[in-house]
Design a protein around this ligand. Structure first.
Ligand SMILES: Nc1ncnc2c1ncn2[C@@H]1O[C@H](COP(=O)(O)OP(=O)(O)OP(=O)(O)O)[C@@H](O)[C@H]1O
Ligand SMILES: [Mg+2]
Length: 349
């Protein structure tokens, strides 16, 4: 039986990344993975700001990694995507789809005719004797989504699907093992500028938060406080040996303060969910993204959210195919691959 092949394209702030996955009879294989850095300013706050520069980088990515298709699934995650739990009157699925814009117009912080809408039904509830459907409403600015699609088009690609980045993360990095039966699991992807949080129970998303925060805030804090070039600050931040040396004491304090601030924001989002949903405590928090590699961050998060913190394994559900990557390269890219892998898995299954 021929498998289904899909390619997930993650347009991040620092890089464009793509993963090609083929699923045959339930067996998922990573066929290809590649990434190309983006120039500063090409993507701002999670949105394509310079379509030509992004298109150029994607073109380079397709030239350097031999993907077998030009159809891609794109992820979106920024301040122009709104995700909230909402209740709507119960009705057959098709009717709900047709009437969704009218049902949710008042709930969405943008003109409804300018939004791309999706609704993920989660539960049926009774409210004042009325049957209702509780679910996650996703509303994304059409204009922003088109910006991402156009960047892919500039590289000769066709975006067949646009997905919410946190949903992709849930597929690749979320776990449903026995520990996560004890309470919801949070998956947190920390990028340069965007942090995606998704809380789920047994694979069902319950809460999504997109924060404009990430590893670049740590670098910027070093630049501002020490008055050094960004490349040097970036190097310091990634060098645990330097940070623990006497010479690195100032940088260490700055990194520590920036991470504490960051952790407070993530804790705030998770505490909000736990308090408003009357949920059980978290069973675990799973990390991905380049920003999660900062030394000491996992420990700080574990204390703040009072749960176990682990690094997610983007390739855990995949067999590594003939990617052309050496085993150490596979290990290096795994924390960075959660989004494109999850996008591809959603479309290939
Ligand atoms: N070893 C490391 N230690 C600390 N920080 C790191 C390390 N490697 C990468 N980073 C940081 O990770 C961030 C980049 O992460 P990632 O590649 O996941 O972001 P992105 O997907 O391009 O951006 P975004 O998701 O925010 O749009 C940068 O801030 C970078 O400094
Ligand atoms: Mg990212």
């Amino acid at each position: 039986m021929a498998g289904r092949t899909a390619i997930g394209l993650d347009i991040g702030t620092s890089s464009v990344r793509a993963a090609q996955v083929t699923i045959t009879k339930g067996n998922a294989v990573l066929d290809r993975f590649g990434q190309v850095p983006l120039p500063v300013g090409a993507v701002r706050d999670g949105e394509v700001a310079d379509p030509d520069a992004v298109g150029q980088a994607i073109k380079q990515l397709w030239a350097s990694t031999k993907f077998s298709k030009k159809d891609v699934v794109i992820g979106v995650s920024n301040q122009r995507v709104f995700v909230r739990m909402v209740d709507v009157p119960w009705m057959p699925a098709q009717d709900l789809k047709n009437s969704l814009p009218f049902q949710v117009a008042d709930l969405v912080p943008m003109p409804i005719e300018e939004a791309v809408l999706d609704f993920v039904p989660l539960d049926e509830i009774m409210s004042d004797g009325n049957r209702q459907i509780r679910g996650l409403l996703v509303a994304a600015s059409q204009d922003m989504v088109l910006g991402a699609i156009r960047a892919a088009q500039k590289a000769g690609l066709k975006a067949t699907t646009v997905d919410l980045t946190p949903f992709a993360l849930l597929r690749s990095a979320g776990t449903t093992d026995p520990l996560s039966q004890f309470g919801p699991e949070a998956v947190v992807d920390i990028g340069s500028r965007v942090t995606n949080i998704v809380v789920h129970e047994a694979g069902v998303p319950k809460f999504v938060r997109i924060l404009l925060l990430g590893g670049d805030d740590v670098t910027t804090a070093i630049v501002d406080r020490l008055g050094i070039p960004i490349t040097e600050a970036e190097r310091m931040k990634r060098d645990p040996q330097f940070l623990t040396s006497d010479a690195g004491a100032d940088a260490r304090r700055i990194v520590d303060a920036a991470l504490t601030e960051f952790v407070d924001e993530v804790r705030g989002s998770i505490d909000y969910y736990l308090a408003t949903s009357a949920s059980r405590p978290l069973s675990r928090l799973v990390l991905s993204g380049g920003g999660s590699l900062s030394q000491g961050l996992a420990q700080k998060l574990a204390t703040a959210v009072r749960s176990q913190v682990e690094y997610g394994r983007s390739f855990a559900q995949l067999t590594i195919g003939k990617t052309g990557l050496a085993p150490e390269q596979v290990r290096f890219v795994e924390p960075l691959a959660a989004v494109p892998v999850g996008l591809a898995m959603g479309a290939a299954s």
